[in-house]
Design a binder for this molecule. Structure first.
Ligand SMILES: [Zn+2]
Length: 443
């Protein structure tokens, strides 16, 4: 070992965590790549012995080059962005471009003012003021130089989140019968009526009252316009994320709409105080719990893409901290193509900006990339810390997982007030009982 390493590792010394994380990552990578090499070699040996290639006259061939895996350890190797060529990649590109329009639709000053009239601003600002003072006092009690956990504007969004979930928006699977308030049963889709279409509903679900004597039909237009949702105040996660994100924008936060390929959407808000994007899920009243979907719900995720008025970013690494456990193969386009698409959307959003603004946003992108990379590194380091020396030497990972604080947090949030919602939501988010607005049974 080099002397510099020894000096750095003396017990009691402050450990250079970046250096340590890099070393651990490297070691872990070697374990993985040795394993992968072994697998590939044995596979290629098998295939060669079973069906020798015509030109293969028994001369020993070098092992096939290790292909990069579709996720995890090698994700951080820089790729050169590549324009989409095949039909599948082009479809993915078109889809991402159209998804990227969502935050643009909130940029309407008149409508944002309108939105502000719906929010109980005084209550929100009072709560935010109070919370930020408490956080400030907490920080001061910890000693000089300590920063409050969240800033005032973060507390504004936190108060908005509480109000939105507890007294404004309603989760609706099947809309209740508006004639007799009984539960309804889904009977398929209906063509949108002119006024539904005018208000932006391209899809209308049709339900029938479960009471035979009533039998009334109930329409459930899936409104896609955040400002219409201020009136309807109901929906599933799409409506929740759309309307809530727009309201975050209305109170002056920078906001992102995050699309996940496994059928969920949520919000990210930029914390000026913490200089980073914060995960917010209005349906769950979740603030900064990016491990909610994986550790909390046990979901596997492939793509999480964030869109804002000034950019687009693949933020999957924020939500999938343990790729071995929670990533699914990303097969909609080669990774280099996804990079190209992200660059393209960013360039489009920034085309009319000043040089300074572009420069500032590029710096922000770089910081975020570093943040996401470090998250993967620290979770890999965490994995490595669970391996024994024998495991590392033999390329195994067999230790039972140790709980880590973030997992605990995510699990706690699952068993608190949100368990009710998850229960109601059911497996596929369908077929669960109706949840009615307490103050308005017709909703
Ligand atoms: Zn009825």
């Amino acid at each position: 070992m080099e002397p510099s390493h020894q000096a750095r590792r003396r017990p009691g010394d402050a450990v250079d965590t970046d250096q340590l994380a890099n070393e651990l990552t490297e070691r872990f990578r070697q374990v993985l790549s040795t394993k992968r090499m072994n697998e590939l070699t044995s596979r290629s040996v098998q295939s060669r012995s079973s069906s020798p290639a015509p030109r293969d006259f028994g001369t020993p061939q070098p092992p096939a080059p290790a292909l990069p895996p579709s996720y995890s350890s090698l994700r951080n190797i820089p790729l050169v962005p590549q324009a989409p060529q095949d039909a599948r990649s082009l479809r993915f590109k078109n889809m991402l471009h159209s998804l990227s329009n969502m935050p643009m639709r909130w940029e309407n000053p008149g409508l944002l003012d309108e939105a502000l009239r719906v929010i109980p601003l005084e209550q929100i600002y009072n709560e935010a003021e109070e919370e930020s003072q408490i956080l400030q006092a907490e920080a001061e009690s910890l000693g000089s130089g300590k920063k409050a956990a969240w800033g005032y504007q973060d507390c504004v969004v936190r108060a908005l989140l509480r109000w939105f979930k507890r007294s404004f928006f309603t989760w609706v699977n099947n809309p209740p019968c508006s004639r007799c308030y009984s539960p309804t049963i889904g009977v398929g889709m209906a063509a949108p009526l002119p006024d539904e279409q005018a208000r932006g509903a391209n899809q209308v679900e049709l339900y029938r009252c479960s009471v035979d004597q009533c039998g009334a039909f109930e329409r459930y237009p899936r409104y896609n316009d955040a400002f219409v949702l201020l009136q309807t105040r109901r929906g599933r996660c799409g409506e929740w994320a759309n309307c809530f994100s727009m309201l975050c924008r209305a109170v002056g936060s920078r906001v992102r709409w995050v699309w996940n390929s496994e059928d969920h959407v949520w919000t990210e808000v930029y914390s000026v105080h913490r200089k980073r994007w914060v995960h917010v899920d209005a349906c769950e009243e979740a603030w900064d719990k990016p491990r909610l979907y994986t550790d909390g719900w046990g979901k596997k995720l492939s793509y999480c893409i964030a869109f804002s008025v000034d950019g687009a970013m693949d933020v999957t690494r924020r939500y999938v901290r343990d790729p071995a456990k929670h990533a699914i193969e990303r097969n909609r386009a080669p990774e280099a193509v996804l990079l190209h698409i992200m660059d393209e959307i960013r360039a489009m959003r920034r085309s009319n900006m000043s040089k300074q603004d572009k420069f500032r946003l590029e710096g922000e992108d770089m910081r975020e990339n570093r943040e996401l990379r470090n998250q993967v590194i620290s979770s890999i380091a965490h994995e490595v810390s669970k391996l024994s020396v024998d495991d590392i030497l033999s390329g195994r990972s067999s230790r039972p997982p140790r709980p880590d604080p973030d997992t605990q947090k995510a699990l706690e949030s699952r068993t608190s007030g949100n368990s009710e919602w998850i229960r109601q939501r059911g497996e596929g988010g369908r077929g669960a009982p109706n949840q009615q607005h307490p103050r308005d049974p017709t909703r």
